[in-house]
Write a protein that binds this ligand. Sequence first.
Ligand SMILES: *Cc1c(COP(=O)(O)O)cnc(C)c1O
Length: 225
Amino acid sequence: MTILDRYAAAQSAIGRAAIDCGRDPAAVTLVCVTKTFPGEDVLPLLEAGHRVYGENRVQEAMSKWPALRERYPDIELHLIGPLQSNKTREAVETFDVIQSVDREKIAGALAEEIARSGKRPRLFVQVNTGAEPQKAGILPQDADAFLALCRDRYRLEIEGLMCVPPVDEQASPHFALLADIAARNDLRQLSMGMSSDYELAIQLGATFVRVGSAIMGARDYPVQG
Ligand SMILES: *Cc1c(COP(=O)(O)O)cnc(C)c1O
């Protein structure tokens, strides 16, 4: 199987999962996660017309994507990994969507950088649905207050929520919890589901699924939140 075979298989699995639960396949966007893979590995997907990609490190994205963007200006790049406040400028420069807003310091730094640069990345709040100490994300019980803070104090328009469930647990309660928090805060976008569980995530309302290894192949380091 080539990358393109696996990409086609993932796209059709996404379409089937959506149709099976009565959703429009067009309402689910595949974010192809290319972390650790060099730009040349992404070229077949770009040539096939795929435009939405995810990276988890600002530095790696900065060294990989500007050259690809010159050839494919309509790329949509998502930051799906933790953001440090001293990397906010680079993140706003490099990414179209930042999925990992998770604390006041980052909200403040983003608000400042958006005002300074005039660039407005789309923003998601990451929720640590499993309350794992090592993992990024706002705690579920703090999510409503944090969303209000983003909106009222920092004037940030948050579109949706993102989560990475604990690896050793059933994902569905985590997806359901994320969908609940989104619904009660009037947020439309849900970024949830990875290679092993994106079909389940679609059943529970995902509008963005983040699929890496099922398309790109195995990475040589373990997944981190
Ligand atoms: C690496 C990563 C993914 C993709 O993981 P796969 O299991 O390879 O599909 C999705 N989301 C986040 C936040 C990641 O860091």
